[in-house]
Design a protein around this ligand. Structure first.
Ligand code: BGC
Length: 642
């Protein structure tokens, strides 16, 4: 194919089309030889029957037949490097034009070695470390044959009921923008054709983090001003950092589903923001236009998505099934199909896939690149930096040397609680639990008791826990949620601790020993009802493969906690959504609405009866093992406008 290209370039130079880039010349030539159906094929992404499951099951497709017909532009969720290699071989050797397939996967917070969930790493406020985690994840993914990750998630959210807050950078658009850009830089590196860099994907465009009532996939209706102020900045920053792809969101945005939304995709993204890469739909989001109520059937869904300039369809194949008819009926112009297909082929060109379709992956490289020492070390460092010390009465932490520890709770020994969601290539054997981390750091000092299950008591659990606490100097409880209780399709109506965990905590507190809680969670939780039972509270999130070691690093005092919250922790469920940068209102609150129902004299302020407006722990909050004193503040004079 390269030979054809060289001849073509020379031809072009002499015929006056020299102003085009090398990539454009190549792609235009290729497209000149493609049928409409092949172009629609490039605009179609499929998932293999045996793939990783990241969405609802769909109609089975004969993937091999489609590949041979040259009708597959991209595949997501392939499980192994060997399968990727053989599917690529099929495309290159058996399809008419041999156009390489682009393989994508959700590499969200690490690939084989997992880093802390994204919300956690945002609490490090460490852009270099976040960039490096993306770079290390890209190196592992690329070695598997994956050339495209569906990350970073740039959805700002102030609603911890929404499970996907775990995948984002919290509630602040500015910080979110910085992190989004750092991640794009980490994944894509300086040169996309470098075989250890992969494509980033800015998702979910747009405003997916503001679903009504915190319910996943739910409707979003907001003013353009609010959108531009609070939600757009991270997407924009990622695009400005050079992200090559963007994914639409499942939600409708001001009454029009994002995947059919011309204003979002064409006007704002491509025209105003000047995005030059390509847009992929979310999983089945094109056929979901039917359930949204804006398309009568699959053909109309394809029409509306194409009309909105959604370049690639994920999973459902309606472009391929109906695109030719839409063109022949004059509903979609071939020129606009060309424009969309061209974007995809240009990105493939930039990746170097036409030079070498196998530049990603390869058995030998895979064996060498995954599970590197550098990745484990970075995972541990970033996990430490991500954890947030929320309470530390009487300096209970760090533990004194020699103290006997009762390690109690449903998450003390489970690797699942360490790694969070989006962990297709996890290796539980390499995941360090808190029990393992403690045993390594505090040998012969730890007794372990489960105490209760996540949502239910276990027989004798509380009495075992109480006994263990009595025989120890300090009780360390690992409470919260499993990793799979956050992430996609994991919205909840309450972010309080489950009752059985509260009961366990209260019983252990009564023993009278200092109580430390290590909170494993993918979302902010409402802790006011239990906070008095806790002497020290360390938010460990889902800290990744090295989680147990990182927790031990902090609890022992080998390192001091340094994380600061990027989402408010509410006092109770009723305060949600809650954010630090709320508007003032015409009646700002100076205190609590009503101190008690015995005294009904209202303040006529914007506040609640009985509950303060403020969160239990605000955005930016986080302690360390030392104290700081600030004094002699000076305010620089306002700059003279002249
Ligand atoms: C999620 C996306 C993800 C895609 C592919 C969808 O369900 O919303 O974030 O990238 O699946 O796995």
């Amino acid at each position: 194919m390269r030979k054809v290209f060289v001849i073509f370039v020379l031809g072009c130079l002499f015929s006056g089309c020299a102003r085009k880039t090398e990539a454009e010349i190549f792609v235009d030539d290729l497209m000149g030889r493609m049928t409409l159906r092949e172009k629609l094929g490039q605009m179609s992404q499929f998932v293999p029957q045996t793939g990783v499951v990241t969405g609802p099951e769909g109609e089975p497709v004969d993937l091999d037949a489609l590949i041979k017909a040259g009708e597959v532009g991209s595949i997501l969720n392939v499980k192994t490097p060997q399968e990727i290699e053989s599917l690529q071989r099929l495309a290159v050797d058996s399809s008419r034009l041999g156009i390489p397939i682009l393989f994508g996967h959700d590499v969200i917070h690490g690939c084989n070695v997992l880093f802390p969930i994204n919300l956690a790493s945002s609490c490090s406020w460490d852009m270099d470390a976040i960039r490096k985690s993306a770079e290390l994840a890209a190196a592992e993914a690329a070695a598997m044959g994956i050339a495209w990750t569906f990350s970073p998630m740039c959805d700002v959210s102030a609603d911890p009921r929404w499970g996907r807050v775990s995948e984002g950078a919290g509630e602040d658009p500015y910080l979110g923008a910085k992190i989004a850009a750092a991640m794009v830089e980490g994944y894509q590196g300086k040169d996309l054709s470098d075989s250890s860099s992969i494509l980033a994907c800015v998702k979910h465009f747009a405003a997916y983090g503001a679903p009504e009532a915190g319910r996943d996939y739910n409707t979003v209706d907001m003013s353009e001003r609010m959108f531009r102020d609070r939600y757009l900045p991270p997407y924009k920053a990622a695009i400005e950092a050079g992200a090559a792809t963007v994914m639409t969101s499942f939600n409708d945005f001001n009454a029009i589903p994002a995947s059919a939304n011309e204003w979002l995709l064409k006007k704002l993204l491509k025209e105003e923001l000047g995005f030059e890469g390509f847009v992929v739909s979310d999983y089945k989001a094109v056929t979901e236009l039917i359930a949204h109520g804006v398309a009568a059937d699959a053909k109309e869904a394809a029409f509306k998505a194409l009309r909105a300039h959604l370049d690639m369809e994920m999973v459902t194949g309606t472009y391929l099934n109906h695109g030719e008819d839409l063109v022949s009926e004059g509903l979609i112009s071939e020129a606009s199909i060309d424009e969309m297909c061209r974007r995809i082929l240009l990105v493939k060109y930039e990746l170097g896939l036409f030079d070498d379709p196998f530049r990603y992956g390869g058995a030998q490289r895979y064996a060498m690149a995954i599970n590197s020492q550098a990745a484990f070390e970075h995972s541990r460092k970033l996990a430490r930096e991500s954890m947030v010390l929320l309470k530390n009465e009487n300096d209970v932490l760090p533990l004194d040397s020699g103290e006997k520890i009762a390690l109690i709770g449903p998450f003390a020994s489970t690797p699942r609680a360490m790694i969070g969601s989006w962990t297709a290539f996890r290796d539980y054997d390499r995941t360090v639990t808190i029990e393992e981390g403690f045993n390594a750091r505090f040998p012969s000092r730890v007794s372990v008791v489960q105490g209760c299950d996540v949502f239910t008591p276990v027989d004798g659990g509380i009495s075992d826990a109480v006994r263990a606490a009595r025989n120890a100097d300090v009780a360390v409880l690992v409470l919260g949620f499993h990793g799979h209780l956050s992430g996609e399709a994991a919205s909840v109506t309450s972010v309080e601790l489950p009752q059985c965990q509260k009961d366990l905590l209260a019983a252990v507190k009564k023993v009278g020993k200092p109580v430390v809680v290590l909170l494993t969670t993918g979302r902010p939780m409402a802790l006011e009802s239990v906070i008095d039972d806790i002497d020290a509270l360390l938010l460990v999130w889902h800290p990744g493969t090295e989680g147990g070691n990182a927790v031990a690093d902090l609890v022992s005092g080998d390192h001091s906690p340094s994380g600061h919250l990027t989402m408010c922790f509410p006092r109770c469920d009723g305060q949600i959504p809650i954010r630090y940068n709320h508007k003032n209102t015409g009646r700002p609150a100076t205190g609590i609405g009503l101190k008690s129902f015995d005294n009904i004299s209202k303040s006529f302020q914007s506040c609640y009866l009985l509950t303060p407006n403020s969160p239990l722990y605000s955005f930016g909050y986080g302690l360390s093992y030392t104290t700081f004193e600030y004094n002699n503040f000076e305010m620089p004079k306002a700059l003279d406008k002249d």
